[in-house]
Design a protein around this ligand. Structure first.
Ligand SMILES: NC(=O)c1ccc[n+]([C@@H]2O[C@H](COP(=O)([O-])OP(=O)(O)OC[C@H]3O[C@@H](n4cnc5c(N)ncnc54)[C@H](OP(=O)(O)O)[C@@H]3O)[C@@H](O)[C@H]2O)c1
Length: 287
C-alpha cells in the first residue's frame, strides 16, 4: 500500500481525498496545526520521519480577493515560497511530489480551451503566486506533478462553496442575479480525488507533467448556467437573471475564459452527472 503524506487536510479537496481514497492508500494527513508548511525545518523533520512514497500538497492560500491586498504577502509566502520548499524537500528525500495549481495562471483571453503547455499570463495575485511556483517547482524538482483544476466544489455541509451558497439563498429569495460572462467548467472534488488516485497508482507515467483536470463538458459554462442547473436538479422554482461581471465588482480580476483542455488518458466525468451526485448526497444527508 502506497504511503501518502497529505498537507492542508482540512481543506475542501483534501477532505474528499481522505474520504474516497483511504481504503487504497495509507494516508498520513496533516492540517495546518500539525504541519504548517511555512515552517521549513519542522516540515522537513516530519517528512523525513514518515518517509512517504508521495507528498500530496493540498495546502494553499485560496482567498483570491484578499490576495490582492490584506493577504498579498501570505499568498506568496504559502503558494509560491513554501510549496517550492516542499518540492525541494521531496527532491532531497527522493519522494514523489504532487501539487495543485489553478486555471487562474491563464489570462482568459484565448477564448478557447487552454492546453497544458499554453503560455501562462495571470491577471490576479493568486494566479501570479501559483504561476511563479509552477516555474520554480520544475527548476527545483523536474519530477513534480502539477495538477491544474478549476472551480472546485465539494464535501457538503462543512464548506461554503457556490452550490451550497445558492441553495441557502433559495430559502429566502425567489429570484437571483447571476454572472453570465465568465466561462469555465466546474469540478467536483470527489472526481478530482479519483483522478489523483489514478495518478498515484501509475505515478511513473506522470512524473514531470502538467495535467488539466476539470469535469468534462462540451461547452463552457457560466455561473448563470451552473445556477440554473442547481435549481433544476434540486427542483427549486427560482428565477435566475443573467448579469455581467461589472454588476458584481470583486477585488481580484477573473479570467473571462478559463477552460482547461485535458490531453491525458485520465478523463473526469460529465459536470452535470457529478452535480446530480453531489445534490443527491446532500439531500440524503439532510433527510
Ligand atoms: N477552490 C477552487 O475553486 C480551486 C480552483 C482551482 C485550484 N484550486 C487549488 O486546489 C487546491 C485545493 O483547494 P481547496 O479549495 O480544497 O482549498 P481550501 O479548502 O482553501 O484548503 C486549503 C487548505 O490549506 C490549508 N493551509 C493554508 N495555509 C497553510 C499552511 N501554511 N500550512 C498548512 N496548511 C495550510 C488551509 O488550512 P486552514 O483550514 O487552517 O485555513 C486549508 O485547509 C489548492 O491548491 C487550490 O489553490 C482550488
Amino acid at each position: 500500500m502506497k504511503k501518502i503524506l497529505l498537507t492542508g487536510a482540512n481543506g475542501m479537496f483534501a477532505t474528499d481525498f481522505i474520504k474516497y481514497c483511504s481504503s487504497d492508500f495509507e494516508i498520513i494527513w496533516f492540517d495546518r496545526m500539525w504541519l504548517d508548511i511555512t515552517n521549513f525545518e519542522t516540515s522537513k523533520k516530519i517528512i523525513s520521519e514518515i518517509m512517504p512514497d508521495i507528498i500530496l500538497n493540498a495546502a494553499a492560500y485560496t482567498a483570491v480577493d484578499d490576495a490582492e491586498d490584506i493577504g498579498k504577502l501570505k499568498n506568496f509566502e504559502i503558494n509560491t515560497l513554501w510549496v517550492y520548499h516542499l518540492g525541494k524537500i521531496s527532491k532531497e528525500l527522493n519522494i514523489d511530489f504532487i501539487t495543485i495549481s489553478t486555471d487562474y495562471v491563464f489570462d482568459g483571453q484565448k477564448k478557447e480551451w487552454y492546453a497544458e503547455n499554453d503560455i501562462q499570463n495571470p491577471i490576479n495575485e493568486y494566479g501570479m503566486s501559483k504561476y511563479l511556483w509552477e516555474k520554480l517547482a520544475w527548476e527545483e524538482n523536474k519530477n513534480t506533478i502539477i495538477i491544474r483544476t478549476s472551480w472546485l466544489y465539494g464535501w457538503w455541509k462543512k464548506f461554503k462553496n457556490f452550490v451550497n451558497t445558492m441553495l441557502k439563498l433559495s430559502k429566502t429569495r425567489n429570484e437571483l442575479k447571476v454572472v453570465n460572462d465568465q466561462f469555465w467548467i466546474p469540478t467536483f472534488t470527489k472526481d478530482l480525488a479519483f483522478a489523483i488516485w489514478e495518478i498515484i497508482e501509475n505515478i511513473w507515467d506522470f512524473r514531470g507533467k502538467i495535467l488539466h483536470f476539470s469535469n468534462s463538458s462540451e461547452n463552457a459554462i457560466t455561473w448563470f448556467d451552473f445556477t440554473r442547473k442547481i435549481f433544476e436538479i434540486s427542483e427549486k422554482n427560482i428565477h435566475v437573471i443573467p448579469c455581467s461581471s461589472s454588476d458584481f465588482q470583486t477585488k481580484a480580476k477573473r479570467p473571462q475564459f478559463s477552460l482547461l483542455k485535458n490531453n491525458s488518458n485520465i478523463q473526469l466525468r460529465n459536470w452535470e452527472d457529478w452535480l446530480k451526485n453531489y445534490l443527491n448526497t446532500l439531500q440524503q444527508e439532510n433527510e
